[in-house]
Design a protein around this ligand. Structure first.
Ligand code: AMP
Ligand code: MG
Length: 414
């Protein structure tokens, strides 16, 4: 067992490297209805089944015409009308205009649409208002301008959200092929844990990491598989780890610090674990463990030993676990969601450790240039009330002893 203490960025690059090796090690696919596809990872290509738009489409209510004619400011006779949903009308006769609605097909022969607000109408004729000009192509999206029939519009690996659902619906896909969600075993450990429904006796606490990690896993695209909480004994841990062997990823919470009852690492070692690191220069989350368990004839099982304090478990999962999970889930491996924000208030650091402090970011008021971020006062990594008031983590780099109000800082979104 190596006891490697890594810098945060080194630990992250080891996980990213490993994640690319695990990419698509769970290539099982399934079909889901469009209504159930949000958040899933696309497993097949999406192609345009016809040109997009399928006909030259007006983007305005107005009059289709020839720009060269309408710019003469002569009256053009209204030769017909088409509204959205009607078959294309026309062709447009010479010296004429065609009344048209937004979304309707433009008649053959027309090369522009004059907005209804920009014309004057008299009986069955229209002309441009004084001083208005119309350019050829204005207010018309030509057939196939967005995509040609057969074009590949989305590749496997894309995470499906509202925009992808709109596109696939337009292309006639009522169901999509997606990668099955990886099964993520969640093993909470600790003699002090009782189920949520129980009233803790003195010295006991409710097991809040189990539902929290399940929520984090689901949010990151995995299928949480909650194992019964294990006591702090070698026997209980051996049995639990044996059960977890069927998972695609294993998260263990608690038992990885240096205490007398921190028995998780020895239990992993007994199962032949290879450890990639066992300590990270970060706070919270220093005791984080990352490695893989061998499996007969199958891809090895990556695991994270997360420190048991709720905020430590959450931040180490968001930084490392979610990254690995995304790769296994078929999405291209990506860095954790960092962003920049301007600090409101001074913040203390701790040279030698990258700190992740519960914080709140807010969109900057109009006129500002970037979001602002404020630290949430907290009592350390067991402070769930402070965590629940946060919407991000403020990152204080390892090298500094603090950050000053007004500085631009990194935040980890969640
Ligand atoms: P450990 O990492 O096992 O040393 O635990 C660190 C702290 O986190 C202790 O105060 C534990 O009681 C607490 N803790 C461990 N597991 C959980 C859990 N599943 N839910 C809530 N708190 C926990
Ligand atoms: Mg413990």
């Amino acid at each position: 067992m190596s006891a490697e203490l890594l810098r945060f960025d080194e630990a992250l690059s080891r996980v990213l490297q490993s994640a690319s090796a695990y990419a698509r090690t769970h290539p099982v696919t399934e079909r889901v209805l469009l209504a159930d596809a949000s958040g899933r990872v696309l497993a097949g290509q999406i192609c345009a089944d016809q040109d997009q738009p399928p006909f030259a489409r007006s983007t305005r209510d107005g009059f289709a015409c020839r720009a060269a004619e309408v710019n003469q400011t002569e009256w053009l006779a209204i030769a017909g009308a088409t509204h959205a949903g009607q078959r294309p009308g026309g062709p447009l006769p010479a010296g004429a205009a065609w009344e048209i609605m937004t979304g309707a097909p433009v008649p053959a022969g027309a090369d522009a649409v004059a907005m209804v607000e920009h014309v004057e109408r008299s009986g069955d004729a229209v002309k441009l208002l004084h001083g208005r000009r119309l350019a050829a192509g204005e207010n018309i999206v030509p057939q196939g301008a967005q995509a040609r029939e057969g074009d590949v519009l989305l590749e496997p690996g894309v995470r499906i959200g509202p925009a992808q659902i709109a596109l696939t619906a337009t292309c006639g896909y009522a169901a999509l092929s997606v990668f099955a969600r990886p099964r993520v075993a969640i093993l909470t450990t600790g003699d002090e844990l009782v189920p949520v429904e129980a009233r803790p006796e003195p010295g006991q606490i409710r097991n809040s990491n189990a539902p929290m990690l399940a929520a984090l896993v689901a949010q990151a695209g995995g299928a949480p598989w909650l194992l019964p909480a294990a006591a702090d004994t070698p026997e209980a841990l051996d049995a639990a780890l044996g059960q977890a062997a069927q998972a695609d990823l294993l998260l263990i919470s608690g038992g990885v610090s240096a205490g007398k009852f921190d028995l998780v690492e020895p239990a992993l070692a007994r199962r032949g674990a290879q450890f990639h690191f066992t300590r990270v220069k970060m706070q919270p989350g220093k005791p984080l463990v990352f490695g893989e368990l061998p499996r007969n004839g199958a891809v090895s099982l990556p695991f994270f030993g997360l420190p048991g304090n709720p905020v430590s478990s959450a931040v180490t999962f968001l930084l490392f676990g979610a990254t690995m999970l995304a790769a296994i889930a078929g999405a291209p491996s990506s860095e954790p969601p960092f962003a920049l924000a301007q600090l409101a208030g001074d913040v203390k650091g701790k040279p030698g450790l990258t700190r992740f402090l519960p914080a709140r970011w807010q969109p900057h008021a109009l006129g500002g240039t970037m979001p602002t971020v404020t630290q949430v006062p907290w009592q350390g990594s067991g402070d769930q009330a402070a965590f629940a008031r946060a919407n991000c983590f403020l990152v204080v780099p390892e090298e500094v002893s603090g950050l000053q109000s007004g500085a631009v800082a990194r935040i980890l979104m969640m």
